[in-house]
Design a protein around this ligand. Structure first.
Ligand code: B12
Length: 481
């Protein structure tokens, strides 16, 4: 039967608190809006206490042609947390199926890291790996016309007993017009989540051994037009959403594009009206770039530094050196740019000595905050996963912590066995009571797992805005523990 003219239901399954706006649904909604005759509806489960009731309500007496579920995080990817969200996704899918016979398609940042494993777990036959702007409209059209969707680019679909993954087709990002941002209630997300994201580029060609971004998003770097990024920021600012987080893996790669985006913000008069944050690489960086970013509204940068040991930086496949980490800190301090250094500790080759070297360097450099994350989430398809598989049977591997599953779908972390039986104690001992460090604890403002983070939820309710790390930095420490 043809499902023509039936709506596509866009579902956000991410219920983490504080809430992060589902920018994917806004972008997909824009792409679908060009399909004449295919209406869209949105079901956002983020704010509900009862997803089943919300699903029943949304589908009661309503037919839909396709249910498109976005799945952002497979788990909190945080060694001290290990909250696994795939079972919750299955519950959402099961509930949707109880209320509609329409096909369900999965997609999203977390989904794309391990599509087949998630589809098998949830019993779903359709998924889209990578970006959805090309695939989802084509899938919707095929299904609306009663056609065969099996050639849709990026589609993961069942053929016989197994799942097949089609080659992805990347859109020219220069054409991405995302200024509408109408699917998500961005004003509410801003009120309860303190910021809203905007993406200026996609894809990452870097070779960091642990990173899922190239696995989930592809290695081909594609850039948006700086003018259209500024237009999108302006449309959010007009709605009162004036704290933005760039959703690029690393905003300064390539540097020229980040300059062009900053220049476009300044040209549009947004420099004094928006406060923006981003992830960035410690290199390339310069005084001039810092000044330009500040003039364009930059409120803080979270640099993915990973380690203060050259041997570890090499082992992790990073492209910069400790000398550059030092230089970037000095530049930020000279220019008055608030910055955090994010560490990823415990990877292959980490020893108590390299840990000490890193922590001592951070203490010496004095960033505004240091994120000291210990335990590296092992994602299938990464070089780290290969290193682990090459080390022999998983059950006998002393470097693995968390839940062992053959496809690495459940949260599993690499923690170098050279750190001994109590690696967290080893790290805490080195940090001492230094309040500039976020530690892998679950205590108050030191906890920078952004999952069920009540300190953040309360701070945002009190009126704090901005990147989560910067809110935790500004929020006075509680003294009741
Ligand atoms: C920026 C960012 C953040 C910012 C977000 C700021 C903001 N206000 O938006 C902050 C710092 C808050 C953050 C927090 C976290 N993050 Co984060 N984050 C990112 C980052 C860099 C970009 C995400 C993004 O918005 N991209 C832009 C949008 C448009 O892309 P997208 O969501 O993937 O959507 C596209 C496709 O996936 C697809 N698609 C999406 N949904 C669907 C649905 C269908 C049906 C289809 C067909 C297609 C489709 O089409 C979309 C458009 O092309 C990604 C890495 C990355 N490069 O993607 C990590 C990433 C998503 N984060 C990750 C993690 C772990 C977290 C935290 C859990 C960390 C923690 N413990 O605190 C929290 C979770 C917070 C929450 N409530 O969800 C992981 C998830 C990995 C995994 N396997 O689950 C990622 C992939 C990073 C990584 N490499 O490990 N994050």
């Amino acid at each position: 039967m043809s499902r023509s003219a039936l709506p596509v239901l866009l579902v956000n399954s991410n219920r983490m608190q504080p809430p992060v706006a589902p920018i994917a649904l806004d972008y997909l909604d824009s792409a679908l809006s060009r399909l004449v005759g295919v209406p869209r509806r949105v079901l956002d489960l983020c704010f509900t206490a009862d997803p089943e009731a919300e699903i029943a309500h949304a589908l009661s007496g309503q037919e839909v042609g396709l249910v498109a579920v976005t799945f952002r995080n497979t788990d909190d990817c945080y060694y001290a947390g290990q909250d696994f969200f795939v079972p919750g996704l299955k519950e959402v899918v099961d509930a949707l199926r109880r209320h509609t016979g329409a096909p369900v398609v999965l997609g999203g940042a977390g989904f794309s890291v391990m599509p087949e494993a998630i589809m098998e777990y949830c019993g779903v036959d359709l998924g889209v790996w990578g970006e959805g702007e090309v695939a989802l409209p084509r899938l919707a059209l095929q299904l609306a016309g009663g056609g065969d969707p099996s050639a849709v680019p990026g589609l993961v679909h069942r053929r016989g007993d197994s799942l097949t993954r089609n080659r992805a087709e990347y859109m020219a990002l220069g054409q991405l017009d995302a200024s509408a941002r109408e699917a998500a209630d961005n004003v509410r997300y801003f009120r309860e989540g303190a910021m809203v994201g905007v993406e200026s580029k996609r894809g990452c060609p870097m070779r960091c051994i642990y990173c899922a971004d190239p696995v989930g998003k592809g290695r081909r770097r594609r850039l948006r037009s700086p003018h259209s990024v500024a237009q999108e920021v302006a449309s959010l600012v007009e709605r009162g959403v004036d704290h933005i987080h760039f959703c690029d893996s690393e905003f300064n790669l390539p540097e020229a594009h980040s300059r062009a985006v900053a220049a476009a913000l300044i040209e549009r008069g947004l420099g004094g009206r928006v406060r923006w944050y981003a992830y960035a690489s410690p290199a390339p960086f310069s005084d001039e770039l810092a000044r330009l970013w500040l003039e364009s509204g930059c409120a803080g940068i979270d640099f993915g530094v990973d380690s203060g040991s050259d041997a570890m930086l090499q082992a992790l496949g990073r492209h910069f050196s400790v000398a550059q980490v030092v230089e970037t800190a000095h530049i930020c301090q000279r220019q008055g740019l608030t910055f955090m250094y994010d560490l990823l500790l415990g990877g292959p080759g980490e020893t108590p000595d390299s840990l000490r070297e890193t922590i001592e360097l951070m203490v010496r450099l004095g960033p505004d905050r240091v994120g000291a994350s210990l335990g590296v989430r092992i994602f299938p398809g990464t070089r780290l996963a290969q290193i682990v598989l090459d080390q022999g049977p998983l059950e006998a591997n002393p470097n693995l912590r968390g839940t062992l599953s053959p496809n690495l779908v459940a949260p599993v972390f690499y923690v170098s066995s050279a750190l001994g039986d109590n690696p967290l104690d080893c790290l805490s001992g080195l940090i001492g009571g230094d309040q500039r460090f976020f530690t892998p604890s679950t205590r108050d403002t030191q906890d920078y797992n952004y999952n069920r983070n009540q300190v953040l939820v309360d701070a945002i309710r009190e009126g704090y805005r901005g990147a989560f790390w910067d809110i935790l930095r500004r929020k006075p420490q509680s003294t009741d523990h």
